[in-house]
Design a protein around this ligand. Sequence first.
Ligand SMILES: *[C@@H]1O[C@H](CO)[C@@H](O)[C@H](O)[C@H]1NC(C)=O
Ligand SMILES: *[C@@H]1O[C@H](CO)[C@@H](O)[C@H](O)[C@H]1NC(C)=O
Ligand SMILES: *[C@@H]1O[C@H](CO)[C@@H](O)[C@H](O)[C@H]1NC(C)=O
Length: 343
Amino acid sequence: MLRQSWLAWYMRFWGCLGEGDEGVRWYVMGDDDSIFFVDNWVDILGKYDHTKYVYIGGQSEFIMSNFWFSFDQGFGGAGFALSYPLVAAMVKDLEGCLRRYPYLNSADLITKYCVDELGVPFSSERGIHQIDLRGDISGFLSSHPQSPLLSLHHFDMVEPIFPSMDRFQSTNHLMKAAKIDQSRMLQQTICYQKQTNWSFSISWGYSAHIYEKVLPRSVLKRPLETFGPWLKAKPPLYMFNTRWPPFVDPCEAPHVFFFESIDSSRGNNQIVTTYVRSSPRGLPACSSSGNHSADYISRVRVFSPMTKHLEIERSECCDIVKVSTKNITEIKFRACKDDEIIA
Ligand SMILES: *[C@@H]1O[C@H](CO)[C@@H](O)[C@H](O)[C@H]1NC(C)=O
Ligand SMILES: *[C@@H]1O[C@H](CO)[C@@H](O)[C@H](O)[C@H]1NC(C)=O
Ligand SMILES: *[C@@H]1O[C@H](CO)[C@@H](O)[C@H](O)[C@H]1NC(C)=O
């Protein structure tokens, strides 16, 4: 019964497409509890040839979801894209395809089966997020893969992503930054303050972390495991490496700041984002920083150029400019030099 009504819906959904849609290049399908970063979708889809058969989506973060469904499917909630010619080819015998797999009961998996029948491979984009995670996903969002942010699903299943805001407020808050520079959203930029041996990791538009130790990029790129898996399972749980949140080690535990405000009206071709300390860290200083505690830093302010991040092949570099009288660390983003090693 359930499958019958679902099939009817699926037929209506794709069946109505492909005709009378002149000029359409892509169809993107996703759930209504997802946030879509539309400018970034336009940029990413622009890298693919919409006149060919193209199927783009995102894997789940949770290994077992991919295992149970498929490692080669675009998860439907997070959103996937099909080029116009691929949809036009699929709808020619959509009912036949549905009938060939009567045992499938999810729209995203059956789409993958029908796409497979046409011999079209799956292209995975790392900015499409199913968020098959639970709890506090701030660690995940603070070490985003180096790829444009496209979607965040399951926003009603995880904790609000900003402290002392509800989900709705958090979403609107995140979109303040996204409206001004979507290309940099959550892109991670790392730099070091030599005098104190501090590491800075900025997830643009979301968070800033200060560590009182020089931690290599390869370490900082691994998300702090602040979150839990979608369902109980044995490790390994995630499709990426993580770090355990080091709550007690003053050399490994970050000072955490969250996005507060954005200003693009100051001119100089610059955007200014400010990140405010969420709570005192409550730990002594790390001795490898010569006992230079970052406790007094109240905010981190980031100056980034208006250039689109997509046009930069590598991550950006940054310099610590100064600490202002109000204990705000000012950081300037810039393009990395040709052979610059960020360490
Ligand atoms: C920074 O770390 C290096 C190497 O561990 C150490 O030699 C130096 O003294 C440290 N600097 C400070 C200010 O502690
Ligand atoms: C940091 O402080 C600890 C404890 O007060 C002390 O033992 C250590 O020598 C200090 N380290 C540096 C580099 O000043
Ligand atoms: C900056 O930090 C220092 C050291 O903790 C503190 O004494 C001072 O009041 C702070 N300044 C401001 C403006 O918060």
